[in-house]
Design a protein around this ligand. Sequence first.
Ligand code: ATP
Length: 290
Amino acid sequence: MDAITLSAYAKINLTLDVTGRRPDGYHTVRMVMQSVGLHDDVTVTRTGTGGVTLACDKPFVPTDGRNLAVRAAEHFFACTGLSCDGLHIALKKRIPVAAGLAGGSTDAAAVLRALDTLYGAGLSTDALCGMGLALGADVPYCLVGGTMLAEGIGEALTPLPPMPDCWAVLCKPGFSVSTAAVYAQMNGGDLPERPDTAGVLRALQAGDYAGVCHRLYNVMERVTACAHAEIGQIKDVLLACGADGAAMSGSGPTTFGLFRSEDKARKAYAALRRDFPDTHLTRMQPGWGR
Ligand code: ATP
């Protein structure tokens, strides 16, 4: 096999809590992560000559060593000792960039999986997750996907019962936020309000969709929403259209609503697209398994 195309799924945060800060400066987190069907297409081709090249259909995405997919390939060869006989990565991006949806991390995870198959490396998911962690805290989750509790800096993963199937409307307003800048305002995890993570875990265990929806909570939302009124406006539209719950994902600014009703989800999608073209209608996505 010379080429493989994988779907690289976006994630949303059903909860996001910042629990502290390690001596090395990384924040520790506790979050319930969920894959959604919105995905990039990642095609990895062995070309037989040269190094690692990348092309992307979005001109503002870097195609050199700043791209996490390129770094993933280089890291794979460095870790396995396999020699690169020329590799081309083609990215078709659908996931909004710098949006809190782990777009770069999921592309990197797809490259690691693709190379494991193309080179017959036979690495375990744990080994791939170890490699992925060196690229970014969300990469191990993206290698596994589905509904997961992520702790540590995001790499300590516990599988959860799947989120009951529903629709999601994802809306990225026309600005980006720096994850590092949002963390810098998190006050070392000393926060006035926290998500009811235990309640979400109980609701997932019971298959209680409404119980998850009314507990969606992201401690970073306050920081981003204070600086950008759009977050509140998007939530208002989602809830007015009948969302069962709404929250910001990751460090933002993408804000999402969950819907049992397809009709209401489509109504919210149409309403938001008028002002925010980077709006997407999608569903929950199961994981890859371990
Ligand atoms: P994070 O929370 O880690 O910042 P994100 O999901 O909010 O992740 P990404 O879409 O990964 O954001 O983009 C963050 C930055 O990474 C952007 O500035 C972008 O230029 C760069 N980047 C590197 N590789 C990729 C990639 N494969 N796809 C999208 N952006 C990438």
